[in-house]
Design a protein around this ligand. Structure first.
Ligand SMILES: Cc1cc2nc3c(=O)[nH]c(=O)nc-3n(C[C@H](O)[C@H](O)[C@H](O)COP(=O)(O)OP(=O)(O)OC[C@H]3O[C@@H](n4cnc5c(N)ncnc54)[C@H](O)[C@@H]3O)c2cc1C
Length: 397
């Protein structure tokens, strides 16, 4: 634990360094690096990534030998607050620094850490997540993608679905079946696969909006190095569940692996509600909207304190089952906010494009619809409630 004096010194030192080194083009909304070799970075974004990774602040809590800065968990929130104070975007995000990186750090061998972590910390390679299959979502252990040993390699065959960003990724971590003669949870392994090979095909899944962030990823005799099984062969259920905790903690804002702060730099909820609601005698005329806004603000403040407490109390880079609780409450608060915003906007809150809708109104509609996925991605609301009931509250099955 750091003393108050140490915290204050760290804050001042950090503030000065950030003021000098964060380029203007890496502040406010805009491009954020996530490692993909297929996306060209803007000059300032590339410079920001380079400076922050040299300082170990793309993965501040990782050991220095793997590209981090050995930062204590109680100093991490100070770095994030200072990033947010100047509106700096995170220098590097994505499944590399946030999901697979910390999993390798916790469960990988020394060779695996040396091979993968320095590159991940510098943003060399974008990572996709190969968990869900057409027949295995919430019931993930029913997956049927196979990894068969062939000499020093594994041959991967199967079909993954909903692989976000796969079209721009360089690597994918895959949950695959390595043994058939064991109970279904015990014959799975977590394998790292290079996507740039003939055996991996990515097919976009077109959405109603016309955009296509999702893909189906097909493995047809794709090769993986047998040294790239993380957490041990047939132990992928445990390793894969730990990775899910890193994913959920990222959604919840409590993963201290990357430097994810600086994302939501400003909460403009009150400002928007006031803009679209009638005001009488200096306050919102509608008592129901008043109560709703107040309740949202209290929940948001409580959530923020919970995030801070969880980070301080967790010795690892992400807590265990608590991740599910904080992820779920975060998602529900966000969705409540979205509902409130489109409601106060009235008919302007259902705009999709063009006149008479402003950019803010179009953004509200799209955010409202997009964030419905917050209670599906990373495990559905019902799955999180099951985990909280069984693992946090200790209720019987
Ligand atoms: C934005 C987004 C990004 C995603 N990105 C990825 C990705 O990159 N890689 C990847 O592998 N996957 C990804 N997914 C997939 C995601 O993990 C799955 O959608 C999720 O786990 C649910 O699985 P499913 O869609 O098959 O639904 P199902 O499991 O079929 O669930 C359908 C419904 O049944 C309910 N249900 C199921 N089982 C139970 C139960 N035991 N108790 C109570 N209710 C239950 C669910 O809660 C849900 O409401 C993404 C999803 C979204 C929305």
């Amino acid at each position: 634990m750091s003393t108050n004096k140490e915290k204050e010194e760290f804050r001042l030192e950090t503030r000065t360094w950030l003021q000098t080194n964060c380029p203007e083009g890496a502040k406010g909304p805009g491009q954020t690096a996530w490692g993909s070799s297929k996306i060209v970075l803007e000059r300032d974004v590339a410079l920001w990534l380079e400076r922050m990774s040299e300082r170990g602040w793309t993965v501040p809590t990782w050991p220095k030998e793997y590209g981090g800065a050995d930062l204590e968990n109680d100093l991490y929130p100070i770095l994030i607050q200072e990033l947010m104070a100047i509106g700096a975007r995170t220098p590097l995000t994505g499944r590399g620094v946030n999901y697979i990186g910390p999993t390798i750090l916790e469960l990988g061998t020394d060779e695996q850490k040396e091979k993968w972590l320095p590159g991940i910390s510098r943003g060399e390679g974008g990572w996709a997540m190969g968990y869900s299959e057409p027949g295995a979502g919430s019931d993930l252990a029913s997956l049927s993608t196979r990894a068969e040993k062939a000499g020093d390699e594994y041959l991967i065959n199967g079909r993954k679905t909903w692989t976000s960003d796969a079209m721009d990724c360089d690597y994918i971590f895959v949950l695959a079946r390595t043994s058939d003669d064991k109970p279904k949870h015990q014959g799975i392994s977590l394998v790292l696969v290079d996507m740039d090979q003939p055996g991996v095909e990515v097919h976009p899944i077109r959405l109603l909006s016309g955009a296509s962030p999702f893909n189906e990823t097909v493995f047809n005799n794709a090769l993986a190095d047998s040294a790239d099984v993380i957490g041990g062969v047939d132990n992928g259920w445990s390793a894969g569940k730990r990775l899910l905790q890193f994913e959920r903690s990222t959604h919840a804002g409590i993963n201290t692996s990357g430097s994810q702060g600086g994302r939501n730099t400003r909460d403009d909820t009150k400002e928007i509600v006031l803009k679209y609601s009638p005001i009488e005698s200096g306050r919102l005329a509608d008592s129901a909207t008043r109560a709703r806004l107040l309740e949202f603000q209290m929940k948001k403040a409580a959530q923020s304190l919970t995030q801070k407490r969880t980070i301080e109390e967790t010795r690892a880079r992400a807590p265990g089952f608590t991740s599910s609780a904080v992820k779920l409450s975060n998602a529900l608060i966000e969705q409540e906010r979205d509902e409130m915003i489109v409601q106060v906007m009235g008919s302007l809150g259902i705009g999709w494009s063009g006149e008479p809708f402003s950019d803010q109104e179009i953004d509200a509609t799209r955010t409202w619809l997009k964030q419905k996925s917050l209670t599906i991605a990373g495990g559905t609301k019902e799955v999180q409630l099951n985990i909280i009931a069984k693992r946090v509250l200790g209720l019987p099955d």
